[in-house]
Design a protein around this ligand. Structure first.
Ligand SMILES: C[S@@+](CC[C@H](N)C(=O)[O-])C[C@H]1O[C@@H](n2cnc3c(N)ncnc32)[C@H](O)[C@@H]1O
Length: 428
């Protein structure tokens, strides 16, 4: 397929996402199944147009003064693919499968509506209702910070030090353009792809099957590092999910101590068993039965709560979620988080710590939640997260944003997904 046909496919898929309110990944998968002639390169390029259109939806709509799927897809090419109108004209003219050529009205709209004149929420590419929340998080920088959440993400890997060194993994994937991450000690980054390119399928590498590395955003790696798990500890990962942080914690514990991985949803936890086996993590017991945790009450050195959240820090990777999210869903998350924090805190021993992590940038899910917890639990006090960061990542002190309590990571500050980290300690 050439660019014209790929553009036509992307328009069809964006239409499907909007009219049927479906996740982008599902719409792309269905399109692939019903267009089996399209190769992997075509599907990758079409996916890039769709995801770019969703990331830059308001900017694209502003340029064309239209919310139509066609405007969003064309906007993606102008805003993210480095093409101009002449490039698009040439691509459409060459390909019989192209959508109709640009109209005079479309050309006039693009000429008249530059992004410099656009209102802040348009340049930030976020829904209006989120603006007060994001402004509260980032103050005067909120437009630039939110715009960075609308950029293409890198592909980050975490090397498993139980199985391999970073140098060894870098050698294995050297053709991918990978290099060490800037901050995380075990991280590898393959930079964001350009245009129609695709990240390599790293999970097909022999090293992946041998447990040398996992796919994990650098921000997730950093929050797991900050939790400070060490060899002899008793640790509970209370919202373990598929185990991204569990694997990091197990490696930090050098397979020593005991690590309990719990998730209330059996299906979410299911992939952890294979991942633990592959990574040769031998200090982990995983369960979805809350009753199994009872003997651990009051005995944990460290409890990690990687709470369910709005996911607003991951909008680079899941831009469709940005437009589906509602204030009501955030409210539901807020009450879940408060309940989980309370329940998980029962397992902390006197003098032990609880790390609270989200992949949200909204203060009410983050420092607001921790403040409420501290108000209701006088036997806990905040640990200085900025000092923890300084101790571990001394060369990168200026990067994270201190909150009260906790700290925030973001694409613009740390080059990672948006993550919040806070630590509280129980009185002895
Ligand atoms: C952000 S995800 C965890 C991601 C995981 N820690 C990782 O690094 O891959 C949040 C998890 O919390 C789980 N969860 C939701 N409600 C819960 C509850 N009441 N108790 C424990 N886990 C819960 C969800 O099933 C989900 O897997």
């Amino acid at each position: 397929m050439r660019l014209g046909g790929r553009l036509a496919a992307a328009i069809e898929i964006i239409e499907d996402i909007h009219t049927r309110h479906r996740p982008a990944a599902d719409a792309l998968k269905d399109w692939g199944l019903s267009h089996r002639f399209a190769g992997a390169g075509d599907r990758g390029a079409i996916g890039n147009i769709v995801y770019d259109a969703l990331r830059r939806r308001r900017s694209a709509a502003w340029l064309f003064q239209s919310e139509a799927s066609r405007a969003l897809a064309l906007g993606a090419l102008l805003l993210e693919w480095g093409l101009d109108l002449a490039d698009i004209d040439a691509a459409l003219a060459k390909d019989g499968f192209s959508p109709p050529a640009l109209s005079d009205e479309e050309r006039r709209a693009v000429a008249e509506n530059t992004l410099e004149q656009a209102p802040d929420p348009v340049r930030a590419d976020c829904p209006d209702w989120c603006v007060p929340l994001i402004e509260d998080a980032f103050g005067a920088d909120w437009v630039e910070e939110t715009a960075a959440l609308a950029s293409r993400p890198p592909l980050d890997l975490r090397v498993n030090p139980l199985r391999a060194s970073r140098e060894r993994v870098l050698q294995e994937i050297e053709r991918s353009g990978a290099g060490p991450t800037r901050i995380a000690p075990n991280g590898i980054r393959i930079p964001p792809i350009l245009g129609s390119g695709r990240h390599p399928n790293v999970q097909a590498e022999p090293g992946f099957r041998k447990g040398w590395f996992e796919v994990q955003d650098e921000g997730s790696q950093l929050t797991a590092e900050l939790a400070g798990a060490t060899t002899a500890m008793q640790v509970l990962d209370y919202c373990a999910g598929a185990g991204g942080k569990t694997l990091s914690l197990s490696a930090a514990m050098e397979n020593g101590g005991q690590l309990f991985a719990y998730d209330a949803e059996r299906a979410r936890l299911a992939p952890i068993f294979e991942r633990l086996r592959r990574a040769e993590c031998r200090n982990v017991q995983a369960t979805a039965r809350a009753g199994d945790l009872e003997p651990l009450a009051g005995r944990m050195d460290l409890v990690v709560v990687d709470a369910p959240c709005s996911g607003s820090g991951t909008w680079r990777r899941r831009p469709d979620a940005k437009w589906r999210l509602t204030g009501r869903q955030v409210e539901v998350r807020l009450s879940e988080q408060a309940a989980i924090l309370q329940r998980a805190s029962r397992f902390v021993k006197p003098g032990g710590r609880l790390a609270y992590i989200t992949c949200s940038v909204f203060p009410e899910e983050n420092q607001g939640q921790v403040r409420n917890f501290l108000e209701m639990n006088a036997d806990f006090a905040a640990v200085n997260a900025a000092a923890l960061w300084r101790d571990r990542f001394a060369e990168h002190v200026a990067r994270s944003r201190a909150t009260d309590p906790g700290l925030l990571l973001s694409p613009r500050l740390t080059g990672t997904d948006g993550f919040f980290f806070a630590m509280v300690q129980k009185a002895v």
